[in-house]
Design a protein around this ligand. Structure first.
Ligand code: PEP
Ligand code: MG
Length: 732
């Protein structure tokens, strides 16, 4: 491997970023080295700007072919477009040079990212490109074409609508209209570093150093995963951002600085924080936008490693306005509050990911799949989120703003009207009562469920108690939490689902194997049965509260009847109160098809259409590249639901209630189909309860049955939607 390694002197951050981009672009080791060394030129040119700035091309005299273009990218030739340009230059047999005519910069080689960055080419600047060599003409033409395509950054960028560059564009994830100043999580550096400075040392310098290393290793692992996901879901170019993070985490110069502080007696958090903030401050002092942008990387890592060191999840303090982020972890999304956060725009994410689900359950308008450009919107810019249309506007003009505010007011008025009627039951025009329940993931949700007229909480996701902490909650802690949820529901029934982790919801204190396909792995009830101690504790806490409040228990991700028996055996050992209702979720297609085998062993079934859809259609719910394929109105999913309803309805001596608690239940197009198939409970985000109750009141169950029968015979979700729309149109 010695032949693949070359040591050279180069500036820490600029050097490694320039070298990484060169290497990723296929440059030779010598070229990579040259790039790293040349990265200092950025700083040098800022110190001696007039140096070679006479406009003449150095070394080779005047380039043979010349032309100029005007930079149209909103943020100028920042890292990504510059890297695109350099990548293009490297593929051609030509010596390409560039200079910024607007600022009168000297020529710089077009094959060097760090030198191109020194052009300081902002939006509107005129850049001259010159080339010599056998492909000089092609090189200039290619660069002009690239410039006219905004260096493939996605058109005119950001106003009025941002197209997602590599996915199908933004789409709705949570309804409503939100307006406010944008803010990005990950800016709590100040408060975090104050916390870091105050944190005491847990051990001697050796122990503190170990703490530094293990926290870095944890962040490294998470970064590798994020990189892989970004590459898969957005693109390799965007994933490259994380290479700079990984290199920083391994940077020996930086680590030496931390080590020195630890050896001088500083606790791990303070040592890490000081060293990183010093580096960030150095970078921020540079006049170049590209180099300044690296400070954001340093700050992001500063925060991430500190979170790990302080034993906290990377939660953030919600700020007023529109949250703009790449994606939200369940722990982060669960920290959001509708009164503070007025809207959410996620660059990646998907409408069925847990981040979006939690946004819906909080009633916060959200758009996902917005594309990574949105991440460069400066904090404080006014952003309008239209969670119904799935669009957003950055920095709207005054007329747009007035129009949007009027629509938002109308929306609020409609909601208020629905809310007044929400407290009464929802019955179809021909007298079939449908329970409209709420999905609850916190005490706040339970309060919102009661306030919005939910008949019960049809799904209490208990993950909120288990996420973002270093150890499992105790039985007493769980008992308190379940009691608080029950109290907030004010006499309404709560269907408590046992822990559903694995897949996209890993826990630090539950050892889980590394799985290539975690959604097909040890998750839900499978994991609970592998860790019966956790399940037993949880069931004990649930039973204590169930002895005094209307509580039911429900098991997630059941595949086999034996699993249900095993779970019920543990339940029977923890003293369940007389008459405790026990249900199961139907999320695995196999369980739907085997519904008749399960029916004798449960009191109710709740269909988790989010997972059922992903499994039936082989389309991962967190992957926005396939989210268009994953429509729960697909006739295949409807047939599975039909099988469950028929099996539950065919029990002669007792009735087994069928609910739907997946997001589909909150889709007004799906509601008539579900009622027609025989579903009698719809469990939806708390803020959707009034609207879904109104939807139910406008339907006749007889029409719903006909519609459902027709839908089962169709060939696509689009055809199903068309038929429902037609019927709704006909009935007004
Ligand atoms: C579902 O899968 O539809 C469901 C309700 O469970 P969760 O979204 O929590 O996986
Ligand atoms: Mg599920």
């Amino acid at each position: 491997t010695a032949s693949r390694v070359r040591l050279c002197a180069a500036p820490l951050v600029e050097g490694l970023v320039a070298a990484a981009v060169a290497a990723a672009g296929g440059a030779s080791l010598t070229e990579v080295e040259a790039e790293a060394i040349a990265a200092l030129a950025g700083k040098q040119s800022h110190l001696q700007p007039a140096d070679a700035g006479d406009g003449a091309a150095p070394d080779t005299g005047e380039p043979a072919v010349r032309a100029s273009f005007v930079v149209a990218n909103l943020h100028g030739l920042h890292a990504r477009p510059a890297a695109r340009l350099v990548g293009e230059v490297r593929t051609l047999d030509a010596r390409v040079q560039l200079r910024n005519l607007t600022t009168g910069s000297p020529w710089v080689p077009g094959s060097s990212l760090s030198r191109v960055a020194t052009l300081g080419a902002l939006e509107g600047h005129e850049v001259e490109v010159g080339a010599t060599g056998s492909q000089a003409r092609e090189a200039v033409d290619h660069i002009l074409a690239l410039a006219s395509r905004h260096f493939d950054e996605g058109g005119a960028e950001l106003t009025p609508l941002v197209p997602a560059p590599t996915t199908g564009g933004p789409y709705p994830a949570s309804p409503g209209i939100g307006i406010g100043p944008s803010w990005r999580p990950g800016a709590p550096s100040e408060s975090l570093s104050a916390e870091a400075a105050a944190a005491p040392a847990a051990g001697d310098p050796t122990a503190e150093w170990r703490r530094v290393r293990s926290s870095i290793a944890a962040v490294r692992r998470a970064t590798v995963q994020t990189r892989a996901r970004t590459s898969r879901e957005i693109g390799e170019a965007e994933a490259g951002i994380f290479d700079a993070h990984l290199m920083l985490l391994d940077d020996s110069e930086l680590l030496d600085g931390v080590r020195r502080r630890v050896d001088d007696g500083a606790p791990a958090p303070a040592a890490w924080s000081e060293a990183m903030l010093a580096l960030a401050a150095d970078l921020e002092a540079l006049p170049d936008e590209y180099q300044q942008a690296r400070a954001a990387d340093v700050r992001a890592l500063h925060d991430q490693v500190l979170f790990a060191m302080l034993g906290r999840s990377s939660e953030f303090q919600p700020r007023p306005g529109v949250l703009v982020a790449d994606d939200l972890t369940p722990a982060q999304a669960s920290a959001l509050d509708r009164n503070t956060v007025t809207g959410i725009v996620l660059a990646s994410g998907s409408a069925t990911g847990h981040g979006a689900i939690l946004a819906r359950s909080r009633g916060i308008p959200a758009v996902v799949g917005a594309g990574s450009d949105v991440l460069s919107v400066p904090d404080g810019t006014t952003v309008v989120v239209d969670g119904d249309a799935g669009t957003f506007v950055v920095d709207p003009d005054p007329d747009t703003l007035v129009a949007v505010k009027a629509r938002a007011a109308e929306h609020e008025e409609r909601l208020a009207q629905a809310l007044v009627e929400a407290a009464t039951p929802a019955t179809t025009t021909d007298g079939v009562e449908i329970h409209v329940a709420a999905n609850v993931g916190s005490v706040d949700d339970a309060l919102a469920a009661a306030a919005n007229g939910a008949d019960l909480a049809g799904l209490v996701r208990t993950e909120f108690l288990f996420l973002g902490r270093a150890t499992a909650p105790t039985v007493d802690e769980q008992e308190d939490a379940y009691r608080s949820v029950a109290e907030a529901l004010d006499g309404r029934r709560a269907v408590i689902r046992t822990l559903d982790v694995g897949g996209d919801k890993p826990l630090p204190y539950v050892e889980q194997p590394s799985e290539a396909n975690p959604f097909l792995g040890l998750r839900g009830l499978r994991l609970a049965l592998a860790r019966p101690d956790l399940l037993r504790d949880q069931l004990t806490a649930i039973c204590r509260v169930a002895a005094e409040r209307p509580i039911s228990v429900m098991f997630p991700m059941v595949t086999h009847v034996d699993e249900l028996h095993a779970a019920r055996r543990i339940l029977s050992e923890v003293d369940p109160p007389e008459g405790l209702e026990v249900g199961m979720m139907i999320e695995v297609p196999a369980a739907a098809l085997k519904a008749p085998a399960f029916v004798p062993h449960v009191d109710f079934m709740s269909i988790g259409t989010n997972d059922l859809t992903q499994y039936a259609l082989a389309a991962e719910r967190g992957n926005d590249a396939v989210s268009a394929t994953a429509d729960p109105l697909d006739p295949a999913v409807l047939r599975l639901i039909d099988t469950v309803c028929r099996s539950a309805g065919e029990t002669p001596d007792r009735s087994v209630r069928v609910a739907v608690c997946g997001d589909m239940a909150a889709d007004p197009v799906a509601v008539p189909l579900l009622i027609g198939l025989g579903v009698r409970e719809l469990s939806v985000p708390p803020y959707s309860v009034p609207h879904i109750k109104q939807t139910v009141r406008g339907l006749a169950s007889s029409t719903c049955r006909e519609l459902a029968a027709q839908a089962l015979s169709l060939h696509s979700a689009a055809a199903v939607r068309a038929v429902v729309d037609e019927t709704r149109g006909a009935t007004g």
